[in-house]
Design a protein around this ligand. Structure first.
Ligand code: URA
Length: 231
């Protein structure tokens, strides 16, 4: 893997920042100063230092993936490709939460089990915002029902915040994270989700510079913010 990518993946800085660090001679690989950011390194073998300090590989990795449709949110898939095929091959990575195979948008991929557990815990009320295209327009009653909470096939869904964009699209903010939550909310009203994209999780907004299938490491600030959770 390229040296600048290894450094950026370790959330040392943005790709531009780490390129500058390399240019300034602050980065050594196996004891030798490396001035080419594109130099191939093996993050599992080579000793990389920045200003003399060794890059810690045992650290956690955190990536924001723009999930495309067609990939399953799992670490292994029998017939379908998994989202892990779209990110670097670091040990222990898993998707933090689940988006359906046909859902697109923001998916966190990390190897920090305790943080994922916290982020997914219903007790932490982490907001998830989706952009939805639906089959039929929402009536005033439908909007009220979604805001109050609905039931579908004996499962209840707490009230969600809705923002109507036009006749057939809206954004919706939920906190629960139940299986097929948004699709089931619409099904409970006899409506149907035609397209679903997650655009935000907590304060983390999908980076629109990421094309479908692309990922980027989270910045230190973004990671710190994710860790600030209500009790
Ligand atoms: N709700 C759904 O119905 N599907 C998703 O992928 C995410 C939320």
């Amino acid at each position: 893997m390229r040296l600048d990518r290894v450094l950026a993946n370790a959330s040392v800085g943005s790709r531009t920042q780490v390129k500058n660090m390399v240019k300034k001679g602050r980065v050594c690989v196996n004891g030798e100063v490396v001035l080419a950011a594109g130099r191939a390194v093996d993050p599992n073998q080579d000793v990389i230092t920045i200003d003399g300090e060794e890059l810690a590989y045992s650290e956690h990795y955190y990536f924001m993936l723009h999930k495309p449709a067609g990939y399953i949110s799992a670490t292994e898939g029998r017939h379908d490709p998994t989202v892990l095929e779209l990110v670097p091959d670091y040990k222990g990575l898993f998707p933090c939460g689940r988006l359906d195979k046909d859902t697109e948008g923001l998916l966190l991929i990390m190897n920090d089990g305790p943080l994922a557990h916290e982020l997914l815990s219903p007790k932490k009320h982490v907001e998830k915002e989706y952009y939805v295209e639906h089959q039929s327009p929402l009536s005033k009653e439908d909007i009220k029902a979604i805001e109050k909470g609905v039931e579908y096939r004996d499962i209840s869904y707490k009230g969600a915040k809705l923002h109507i964009l036009d006749e057939r699209s809206c954004t919706i903010v939920v906190q629960e994270g139940k299986y097929h939550e948004i699709k089931n909310i619409f099904l409970s009203l006899g409506n149907k989700v035609m397209y679903l994209k997650r655009i935000r999780m907590k304060n983390l907004i999908l980076d629109e510079t990421l094309k479908k299938g692309e990922y980027r490491p989270l910045s230190k600030e973004e990671i710190e913010d994710l860790k600030k959770l209500s009790i």
